[in-house]
Write a protein that binds this ligand. Structure first.
Ligand code: ATP
Ligand code: MG
Length: 661
């Protein structure tokens, strides 16, 4: 399978594939290089990506956005209050998880946030397999740096439910940094690192990482962000501004009408984009509410005024990142800017100001850098594609503590194993003395640094198979704690160990003259640990268990085949319709000399009947019925066509014979 990477954006997502000795961005069914991050539900089938976008306004209640923002959250998470400003469907509790209630296939249905993300990722998978005409399985998914364990697990679960193998979950800015490193590798220094700030202004959040690059490697020095600040906030500010204007000018309240409000929001986004390249733009919507056409306009200056409160939020994360990295703007070799919202001129100006007047660089493709980096990382992990490795160490923004039940004689029962500011992947071995099975637990050391509503508990590991020594004493248990490449906290292995005193040879360090014999080896007594028995680990985590995963996978593949059946049925219906017109035209034209009057009459009659059926009972028939009708017509039509084709062939041969003669 072809390794690929996904930049899972809140506005849209970009797919990169590793092939042809490079990374390509995949285009979707309408040739766009980014696919709207939306899932919609219809009377018969789901609308995923582009289809959800084009049906959005007419299907607001059954269209779900903010997929990455709600992913993995509990239904009582306070962050959902912010999402409610942007989500048009009804947020509900689905067995503890946030989810939505929608009308689908004529019934009320609920789906949790992991399922919703899975539906979307499954669509991205299909876009990819269609475009590359091959299979995909291994994927790297880029997520925000502030995603905690439970959100990362939810992203991995969603990928699994979509039939993918998430080989790694990676921080989006780190993926972009890897992309930069690979692209610039030939000019990267061997010794003194090149410091680069990468700033991402997306749709829903804004983040910055500072990375130190050397040839073939990078290390993230600092990361800071504002989770709730992005292009969508600008859209909302513009929409609210026009809301007020329309209230005064037309006496309509767009907030009382979700459809009208959505149309204004969509138009606000369009206007914002136009104002990035023009100094003023009109704002017109026909029949917005109560048959009223609205018309207004905005200048770039006005926009800049409205977004002052947002611009004022730009400095803080950058200043924090520089401080954490112990750097000043002068120490930065480059400031790489990505994300769609960085196209806003006043955002760029503000960035220049915060970075002490340094100019910004746009060497990375603003919209594709993260996806390209993710695809490259997937290729590094892939056994099928060979790429030159690029080493990267990512930064922990939260501290994590492991704890265990204290036994007699133990003075500590916890240890902060992976502190904020440390790097991962990383592991640490601890030794505990035990006479029986025991549990370990991991949690975020400082829950207050997490978003409110995010579980500080990470996981629990039951270590099984511990037996006391022959004389009933505690045995040493070595436990390997690990933060894996995806950032997941685990207990990788546990085994009993024995400390034995052994004689160890002291290596000879002197120099031997020619002909001189080495002296007798010298030994010293040292204590060494020897591994005895592997222990079993039973892991409980914040992700789905195997049974839940299997159940959702089953549901998702069922829904996918239903969607496929609906699409196939539509194709067969279109094929029948086309055939009716085609054959009718041809029997009076191309085929007119190849059919008897009787045949023509029969065919015409059947075509008319099929047409009538198609616009009546047959409007909503099954795939098999459309195929049957098609075959009925084609069985006559094909005979005629056969005669026509053999005539053509005869003529061709005659012509050829004449030429050869
Ligand atoms: P996030 O990273 O927050 O999850 P995302 O990755 O989907 O979201 P991007 O694709 O980086 O977001 O950016 C999308 C945002 O950029 C949208 O708000 C869009 O309106 C905005 N945008 C795109 N082009 C322009 C432009 N020319 N001027 C202003 N804003 C733009
Ligand atoms: Mg993004």
């Amino acid at each position: 399978s072809t390794p690929f990477g996904i930049d899972f954006g809140n506005y849209s997502s970009v797919i990169g594939v590793a092939r042809n000795r490079g990374i390509d961005v995949v285009v979707n069914e309408v040739s766009n290089r980014a696919t709207p991050s939306l899932v919609g539900f219809g009377v018969k089938n789901r609308y995923l990506g582009e289809a959800a976008r084009s049906n959005e306004i007419s299907n607001l209640k059954n269209t779900v956005g903010s997929l990455k923002r709600i992913l993995g959250r509990k239904s009582d998470d306070p962050a959902l209050e912010i999402e409610k400003k942007f989500i048009t469907s009804e947020l509900v509790d689905v067995e503890g998880l946030a989810g939505v209630k929608v009308r689908f296939q004529g019934e009320q249905k609920t789906f949790n946030s992991i399922q919703l993300a899975a539906m979307y990722l499954n669509k991205l998978k299909h876009i990819t397999t269609t475009e590359i005409k091959g299979n995909v399985s291994d994927v790297v998914i880029a997520v925000p740096v502030w995603y905690s364990e439970v959100q990362r697990r939810a992203a991995a679960d969603a990928a699994i439910i979509a039939g993918l193998n998430p080989v790694r979950i990676v921080n989006d800015l780190t993926a972009a940094a890897v992309g930069y490193g690979v692209f610039k590798n030939s000019e990267l220094p061997e010794d003194k690192p090149r410091n680069v700030a990468i700033v991402d202004f997306g749709h829903a959040s804004y983040s910055v990482s500072i990375a130190a690059f050397k040839k073939g490697e990078l290390k993230i020095l600092a990361t800071a962000y504002n989770r709730d600040f992005g292009g969508r906030d600008v859209d909302l500010a513009i929409a609210n501004h026009f809301g007020k204007i329309f209230q005064e000018k037309y006496k309509i309240d767009i907030h009382s009408n979700p459809k009208a409000f959505s149309r204004v929001l969509t138009q606000a986004e369009r206007l914002k984009k136009i104002l990035s390249a023009n100094t003023s733009a009109p704002f017109n919507i026909e029949s917005l509410m109560n048959d009223i056409d609205v018309s207004a306009s905005m200048t770039r200056e006005e926009l800049e005024e409205y977004i002052q409160p947002f611009l004022a939020q730009i400095p803080e994360p950058i200043e924090r990142a520089l401080k954490d990295a112990k750097l000043t703007p002068a120490d930065l070799d480059s400031i790489e800017v990505i994300g769609g919202s960085s196209r806003i001129p006043s955002v760029k100006e503000k960035l220049v100001e915060v970075f002490g007047g340094k100019s910004l660089s746009f060497t990375l493709n603003q919209d594709e850098a993260v996806a390209r980096g993710a695809a490259f990382i997937c290729a590094i992990h892939s056994p099928t594609v060979r790429v030159r490795p690029f080493k990267f160490e990512d930064l922990n923004i939260y501290s994590v503590t492991y704890s265990w039940e204290k036994v007699e004689g133990e003075d500590v029962n916890e240890l902060e194993v992976f502190p904020a500011g440390g790097w991962f992947p990383n592991s640490k071995v601890i030794t505990l003395f035990r006479t029986a099975d025991f549990d370990l637990e991991a949690r975020y050391t400082h829950p207050e640094t997490l978003e409110k509503g995010i579980n500080a508990w990470i996981g629990k590991w039951a270590v099984k198979g511990v037996k006391p020594s022959e004389n009933g004493e505690a045995v040493a248990v070595k436990v390997k704690l690990r933060q894996d490449p995806s950032g997941f906290y685990t207990v990788e292995s546990a085994y009993t160990a024995e400390e034995r005193t052994v004689e160890e040879e002291i290596p000879f360090e002197g120099e031997l003259k020619e002909g001189e014999e080495a002296p007798e080896p010298q030994y010293k007594t040292v204590k060494k640990w020897f591994k005895k028995d592997d222990l079993t680990i039973v892991h409980t985590h914040t992700g789905l268990d195997d049974a839940a995963q299997a159940k959702l996978l089953e549901i998702e593949s069922q829904l996918t085949s239903e969607d496929k059946l609906v699409a196939d049925t539509e194709d067969r219906k279109n094929a029948l319709e086309e055939y009716i017109y085609d054959i009718r035209g041809k029997i009076d034209d191309l085929y007119k000399d190849f059919a008897s009057d009787d045949e023509k009459a029969r065919l015409r009659e059947k075509a008319d009947a099929a047409e009538e059926w198609l616009y009546g009972d047959g409007d909503d028939a099954t795939k098999a019925q459309y195929i049957a009708k098609y075959e009925e017509l084609a069985s006559i039509g094909n005979v005629i066509r056969g005669r026509y084709l053999s005539k053509i062939e005869e003529e061709r041969q005659a012509k050829q014979a004449a030429q050869e003669a």
